[in-house]
Design a protein around this ligand. Structure first.
Ligand code: ADP
Length: 406
């Protein structure tokens, strides 16, 4: 087994160099600077240990890699890292394919340099053990990744189930109100003056049902759309939302301002347009008629540390409207919650818009919240993860970096 020991030793000694080669190979595949796309320092912590584990296995094939081996823990951590970074399973498998290519190329080159007469069978045995070791750590990474992934899907399903329950409850209330009022209307004892009151209850609840259903319809469309993922640049999504609400803004005398420095990053059109339209229509609805100048402004920045993992696009819709009383701010994003239920009688208020925004952005790993400036008015914001390649490329190009070949 001298051959196995020699090749294992060389592999171990070359691990840093192999990691660099591996990163270079991934980088040239995705053709973007490795510094930005891959948090190299995190990989540099993981991958040499994986190579070390493979080298150990080549040398001592009689020792199985069991689930407690440090190399398995590292492989699982790599799965968790890639999950947090939004990699898909295919990308993960591709990374391993490239790692395999590099290790096998390295072993083939080194085997060529061995001058002693060693049976071919021994070379093949080393080859087989290497393949086995790579397979084992790949399984550890991918199965851990898939476990996290399915946990996330379960969580999302539970959230949707809760959302459905609340919506069903609300719809039932409205249908009950309609049904009770219409039963009463069939009674002969009802006075004409009361009749009008019950008719109004029916009309109000029917209208409210219609609005809730329209909202739900647009929510389901976004989710269906996002599977097809129509990506547009953020400034285009903002223009589209503004165009949709132009008439409503005009009717209320609200000036809609769009910052001219919106980052030109790619976003999912359906999600961003739905969120912006909800926020904008609220800013218009809850504008302050006492103010001479009424406005709403869309602003956005790419925020977070310069690692792909944490970067996000934060989009803010800022208005100088009536704001939200302090004691009502906490529940704003809850289904059917209306902070101005007693004071503002807007026909098209359902209390669903903000919860739909939150549901939609959270389903793609984002967040939604409100901020209240000292002066007055409100800022409704949402953040979505910065997409990994395309948006960074767009930002870099906009910043005047060298164009990136794909
Ligand atoms: P609604 O259909 O009632 O507008 P939303 O879920 O969109 O439902 O909003 C919930 C509540 O939050 C609204 O009823 C309103 O009280 C408050 N709100 C939302 N946006 C604004 C805003 N821009 N300014 C003031 N209040 C707002």
């Amino acid at each position: 087994m001298a051959l196995a020991a020699t090749l294992s030793g060389r592999l171990r000694a070359a691990k840093q160099e192999l990691v660099t080669q591996w990163l270079d190979r991934i980088t040239s595949r995705v053709a973007i600077s490795s510094k930005r796309v891959f948090p190299t320092h995190e990989l540099i912590n993981h991958v040499p240990l994986l190579i070390e584990g493979i080298a150990g296995y080549i040398k001592r094939p009689e020792k199985d890699i069991d689930s407690r081996a440090p190399v398995v823990a590292k492989a699982m951590e790599l799965g968790a890292l890639r999950h947090a970074q939004g990699f898909d399973a295919y990308e993960l498998l591709k990374e391993y394919e490239m790692l395999g290519e590099i290790i096998f190329d390295f072993l083939a080159d080194n085997a060529e340099q061995i001058e002693e007469d060693i049976p071919r069978r021994s070379f093949l045995a080393v080859w087989q053990r290497t393949a086995q070791a790579i397979e084992l750590i790949r399984q550890a990474t991918v199965s851990h990744y898939l476990r996290l992934f399915s946990g996330q899907i379960n969580e999302r399903e539970n959230r949707l189930r809760r959302f459905n329950r609340t919506v069903a409850h609300e719809l039932k209330n409205k249908v009950n109100a309609i049904s009770q009022a219409s039963t009463i209307l069939t009674e002969s004892w009802v006075e004409d003056s009361e009749r009008k009151e019950f008719e109004e209850i029916i009309a109000k609840n029917a209208e409210s049902l219609r609005r809730v259903l329209t909202n739900l319809d647009s929510l389901s469309r976004t989710q269906a759309d996002s599977r097809h993922c129509r990506n547009v640049l953020l400034p285009e999504a903002a223009s589209e939302a503004v165009r949709e609400l132009k008439d409503a803004a005009k009717a209320k005398g609200v000036e809609v301002r769009v910052a001219d420095d919106l980052p030109p990053i790619e976003v999912d059109a359906a999600t961003v347009e739905l969120c912006l339209m909800n926020y904008l229509s609220n800013s218009i609805k809850y504008s302050d008629s006492a103010k001479g100048e009424r406005w709403v402004a869309i602003e956005a920045t790419v925020e977070g540390p310069d690692t792909e993992k944490d970067r996000e696009v934060v989009i803010r819709v800022h208005d100088n409207g009536i704001g939200v009383p302090e004691d009502k701010r906490e529940e704003l994003f809850k289904e059917f919650y209306r902070a101005h239920g007693d004071t503002v009688t807007e026909d098209d208020s359902t209390g669903l818009g903000l919860s739909i925004v939150r549901e939609t952005v959270e389903s793609i790993g984002g967040r939604a919240w409100a901020e209240f400036p000292e002066e007055s008015g409100s800022v409704f914001a949402f953040a979505i993860p910065a997409r990994r390649f395309d948006d960074l490329r767009a930002t870099e190009e906009a910043e005047g970096d060298a164009p990136i070949a794909r």
